[in-house]
Design a protein around this ligand. Structure first.
Ligand code: GLC
Length: 729
């Protein structure tokens, strides 16, 4: 009896002590910790938690030992440390990191396992730098090939973007680092990004633009989301009641914290009632000007506190926001399982290189000019490399996603290392320094002399590797501005054509986040597109060029034959970039391949396209209903001479109905393991039935057309190897 009594007393006491500090008890349920913390905070402490206290942190509660939230860019790696309260580099000497490939490159791998590896590795770097929130990934949809930030996003298809974002987010958050999915929503251009109002049909909004975000909420439970600068229904997305309270928090039942883009908050009342939880970066014009407002002057600072104190806004509104922020804090900063992580480990460099190797897309390979494996290149006595991107660091520039790297292996460096004395180099053109928002005045005489030198050296080469493309300079894949045309800049098209006249053994290698025009395509033997490859760029590229790795990347965007073929162009300025800051998505749901396939517009290279050094045969596909899933199976056989990986894609065609629908929509994909010559693998691709839903604007809800669906299994949207019908009830 006595012993029981003592035990009971002890337990009660422990319980009492624990309850006395529940919010600090790492083993207590998070919702208990939130409730307890909230009950201890003053109103002013609650208010301070809802806005920045520096460029990249929001306040905790020092008095209670509640940690602040440390955030940082960006989707491809941890940004260099900036000064507490300015955009100036803090000039640390221990913040050089691994630059991972751009997210368009990750999408191009079509490899969910690599997305998981990416999220795990990059979040270890964020954790090691003491960050709690990483400001990425981005899943805005590439509706125009001119979008300055497309390189940070995951292509034109919402299914692919969602599927490739989920593993990255889950892996990062399993490490106790919150992702901040961005930019929610419709931030699909950089022109007028701070104020453009997007007019889009409800159906396109749901089926195309919101879809990847919804999948990340449903399947990855993303902890934070960044509101976008632009407007929807003429209300800023950073505090848009219908978007944030209506769709995100209520309909999708999301429990995370909505963070504004930096400077995306415009007024207190909307910020208070429109679903914003953490206001960041106010009073900056994005990146260059800093005012002397104190952080307490933020919209969610003193002005909001005044409205609360006057009872004009109920305390429940404040507590709801603070609960969401505390939930992020307890899931990250005060999460006992948050990893220590590491920085610049060889493991991280391996992940970086693998993603690059599998994201590179081989677009053309006439006469099998590639790979340049040792046996083959012996016949080339002189290889000439031409182009500024052979040496230029592409991890700088681009805007907020730019990175300071410890290792940044350039293509030329690696080519010279592997091909030794055989490599000559000519810059061919120049583009000025990687700047965020200035364009250096380029000197035509200098351009001409660089071109002349390259053409002269081409006469002595028996193979040319041109390495160019875009370069994250202003309006060349850079935040806060879009590209000004579909062509490659700096006279590259003319240079490539003239080089090809001198030496027809020419391979064009391009970097860039967007499709571009290739007037010289027929004149060259090979084309390889790399997106942006990060710290191991040279290694990843040369491992593909020399055949160590057979390319397996598949385009996450359509390369049109000409700019005018993109669906929105026919509708004029209103459809892009908008008139008087009103842009109308007149192509509706027919974005990218949905337009090209449905309206029989032949692309230069279709969505999902990518060559290999080997060939694959597809077995006859089968499909069965298994519960609420359609399971499509196909056997892939390597029928070539070298090992390689293949991505089988599954597109659905819905039964005829009077509802306009794309002729094909990506609904599943799977990538084989590395198949040796002659080896086969049966792929099992599971398609949840609700992926076939369409959005019904009359009922404002999702609906399913029952009937016979055709599932096309192919190597890209236009290269269908087999199809199978399924009765969907
Ligand atoms: C920028 C970008 C956003 C970035 C933020 C912080 O303006 O739009 O993606 O994370 O500000 O740098």
């Amino acid at each position: 009896m006595k012993k029981t009594f003592i035990l009971a007393t002890l337990l009660a006491f422990t319980g009492l002590t624990a309850s006395a500090q529940t919010y600090l008890n790492p083993n207590a349920p998070i919702e208990e910790r939130i409730k307890d913390a909230l009950s201890r905070m003053t109103t002013h402490e609650k208010i301070k938690m809802l806005h920045a206290q520096s460029k990249f942190t929001s306040a905790g509660v020092p008095r209670l030992g509640i940690r602040q939230l440390n955030m940082d860019d960006g989707p491809h790696g941890v940004r260099e440390e900036l000064e507490w309260n300015t955009w100036n580099p803090a000039r640390w000497t221990n913040d050089s990191i691994v630059a991972f490939p751009s997210l368009t490159c990750l999408a191009s791998t079509w490899n969910r396992d690599l997305s998981d590896a990416y999220g795990n590795a990059v979040s270890e770097e964020f954790a090691f730098r003491g960050k709690d929130i990483m400001l990425g990934p981005g899943v805005n949809i590439q509706r125009t090939p001119l979008n300055g930030r497309a390189f940070e996003y995951m292509g034109e298809d919402p299914y692919l973007a969602g599927e490739m974002a989920v593993p990255y987010i889950k892996a990062a958050q399993a490490n106790g680092v919150a992702c901040c999915l961005k930019h929610f929503v419709l931030n699909d251009q950089e022109i007028d990004r701070f104020g453009v109002n997007v007019n889009v049909s409800e159906r396109a909004m749901r089926e195309i633009y919101l879809r990847p975000f919804q999948k990340a909420v449903d399947q990855a439970h993303v902890y934070t989301i960044m509101g976008s600068y632009n407007m929807w229904k003429n209300v800023h997305c950073c505090h848009n009641d219908e978007l944030l309270n209506g769709i995100l928090k209520k309909e999708w039942n999301w429990d995370g914290a909505l963070i504004s883009d930096w400077g995306g908050t415009t007024n207190t009342m909307e910020a208070a009632l429109g679903g914003l939880d953490i206001e960041m970066g106010t009073y900056t014009d994005g990146k260059t000007k800093e005012s002397n407002f104190g952080y307490d002057d933020y919209y969610l600072g003193n002005p909001f506190e005044k409205l609360i104190k006057e009872g004009k806004i109920p305390m429940s509104v404040l507590d709801e926001k603070v609960s969401r922020v505390l939930r992020v804090i307890f899931r990250t900063a005060m999460n006992p399982n948050k990893v220590i992580g590491n920085q610049c480990s060889e493991t991280h460099y391996d992940v970086c290189r693998q993603i690059g190797e599998e994201g590179i897309v081989l677009l053309k390979n006439d006469k099998n000019i590639l790979p340049l494996n040792p046996s083959k290149y012996k016949k080339y006595s002189q290889i000439l490399v031409v182009g500024e991107n052979a040496t230029r660091s592409l991890t700088q520039g681009g805007g907020s996603s730019e990175l300071k790297t410890l290792r940044d292996i350039s293509p030329l460096e690696e080519l010279q290392r592997q091909y030794e004395q055989m490599i000559m180099y000519a810059q061919g053109y120049y583009s000025g320094r990687a700047m965020y928002d200035h364009v250096d005045r380029l000197n035509p005489q200098k351009q001409d002399s660089l071109k002349a030198e390259a053409l002269e050296m081409a006469k002595g080469a028996d193979l040319i590797i041109f390495i160019g493309g875009l370069n994250k300079n202003t309006r060349q894949d850079c935040e806060n501005g879009d590209r000004e045309g579909y062509d490659l800049p700096y006279g590259q098209n003319e240079l490539i054509s003239e080089l090809a006249k001198i030496q027809k053994n020419i391979v064009v290698v391009t970097f860039g986040g967007n499709p571009y025009n290739m007037p010289w395509l027929k004149e060259v033997a090979g084309v390889v597109h790399c997106w942006y490859l990060g710290s191991e760029a040279g290694k990843a590229l040369v491992n593909v060029l020399n055949g160590t790795v057979s390319p397996s990347g598949k385009l996450p965007v359509t390369f049109a034959q000409k700019y005018e073929d993109y669906p929105y162009v026919q509708y004029g300025q209103e459809a892009y970039p908008g008139v008087n800051k009103q842009v109308y998505y007149k192509e509706d749901i027919f974005v990218g391949y949905r337009h090209f396939t449905t309206n029989n517009v032949k692309p230069l290279f279709p969505f999902g396209f990518g060559l290999s050094y080997t060939t694959f045969a597809y077995g006859k596909p089968t499909a069965t209903m298994e519960g609420n899933n359609i399971v499509v199976k196909t056997t892939i056989t390597n029928t070539g001479k070298v090992a390689g990986k293949e991505v089988a894609q599954v597109y659905s065609s819905a039964p005829q109905s009077d509802l306009p629908r794309p002729s094909k929509e990506l609904k599943g994909f799977a990538k084989t393991k590395l198949l040796e010559p002659g080896e086969s693998e049966t792929l099992r691709i599971t398609i949840p039935k609700n992926e076939l839903n369409y959005y019904d604007e009359t009922t404002h809800g999702w609906a399913l057309t029952t009937g016979t669906y055709t599932f096309h299994v192919g190597a890209n949207v236009d290269d269908i190897k087999g199809k199978v019908e399924v009765e969907v009830k």
